[in-house]
Ligand binder design. Structure first.
Ligand SMILES: [Zn+2]
Length: 306
């Protein structure tokens, strides 16, 4: 099971999170390195190698406008501590090899090694959490970061705030040789994917899968099996990938959320994967967990009973 998750982009965080060290980390260690995040972009150094470079040393980080004293400690690798920090998009000619690149493009195009992509994603989730939680949700007073950036404390009412992760189910409903694919109204033309939705309070993963499939596609599903998961740093979701066995197949599409949905045979999906679909339909790239769900279906992996 874990091997499936490791195929998903952002899922190969390999540094030691070293949580006991967090209260002592300042960002001032000589061997500290930083991933720099600007909104949904990361500041990447273009190198002559296959992969670009996301880790910057302390001097470079400061030159690029990052504040090491305001960084989140992500963990240690063999070289030393790694942090995530916000930085502005570089302007002018001062840094010709540094580019601010959208993180989805970084993943889709494989611009970074898997472990650097996971660091950038984690840095992005945490820096955006800090940006959006400057005030106490309990009493409204300003909060201050602590624990190496893994907590924010309210000095006024003493509440401690922790970074949150929002669980999302993403699921492929399967009916024998067919899988249910859908496209949202905001998808790029021709793109079909698995359905997804946030888990609600009081719900199990399985219940959320069955509810979303009924609400969005009108089908009833029985058995639900976990497939793999993917941290998704936009801003801080955990995509929980599942397969669901369809009990009913007649579609009743929620047109508020879904532009189109249909059952696709393996033969049809094969042409979409090869970009040879006559109608120009396609599925998400391998960096997306939806692609991995579909790939498992195509490989006929023993995920659901016949
Ligand atoms: Zn407070």
């Amino acid at each position: 099971m874990d091997e499936r998750s490791r195929r998903n982009a952002y899922a190969r965080f390999s540094a030691d999170r070293a949580d006991k060290q967090r209260p002592h980390m300042t960002g001032n260690e000589e061997n500290a390195r930083f991933v720099l995040v600007s909104g949904e972009r990361a500041l990447i150094e273009l190198t002559g190698c296959e992969h670009f470079k996301a880790l910057h040393d302390r001097n470079e980080t400061i030159a690029l406008g990052g504040d090491p004293g305001n960084a989140v400690f992500l963990g240690n690798d063999a070289v030393g501590p790694i942090y995530g920090v916000s930085a502005p998009i570089p302007e002018g000619e001062g840094f010709p090899r540094i580019k601010a690149i959208d993180m989805r493009s970084i993943a889709t195009q494989g611009l970074l090694t898997d472990d650097q992509l996971a660091l950038v994603g984690t840095g992005k989730s945490l820096t955006s959490w800090h940006a959006r939680h400057r005030f106490c949700a309990n009493c409204g007073a300003p909060t201050e970061p602590s624990q190496g950036g893994w907590r924010r404390d309210c000095d006024s009412c003493k509440t401690q705030h922790f970074p949150r992760v929002d669980p999302v189910v993403i699921m492929l409903a399967v009916d024998g040789d067919r899988a249910l694919l859908a496209r949202g109204a905001n998808f790029i033309p021709g793109m079909y994917s698995a359905l997804a939705g946030f888990i609600e309070p009081g719900e199990t993963i399985e219940d959320a899968v069955r509810r979303e499939l009924f609400e969005e596609a009108g089908i009833r599903t029985a058995q639900v099996r976990y497939h793999s998961s993917q941290p998704w740093p936009f801003p801080s979701s955990l995509m929980i990938g599942c397969m669901a066995h369809a009990e009913t197949t007649e579609l009743n599409i929620d047109t508020d959320e879904i532009a189109d949905a249909a059952w696709f045979t393996r033969e049809e999906i094969k042409t979409m994967l090869a970009f040879e679909d006559p109608a120009g339909r396609m599925i998400p790239p391998p960096s997306a967990i939806a692609h991995q769900l579909i790939a498992s279906f195509m490989e006929n992996e023993a995920i659901l009973p016949d």
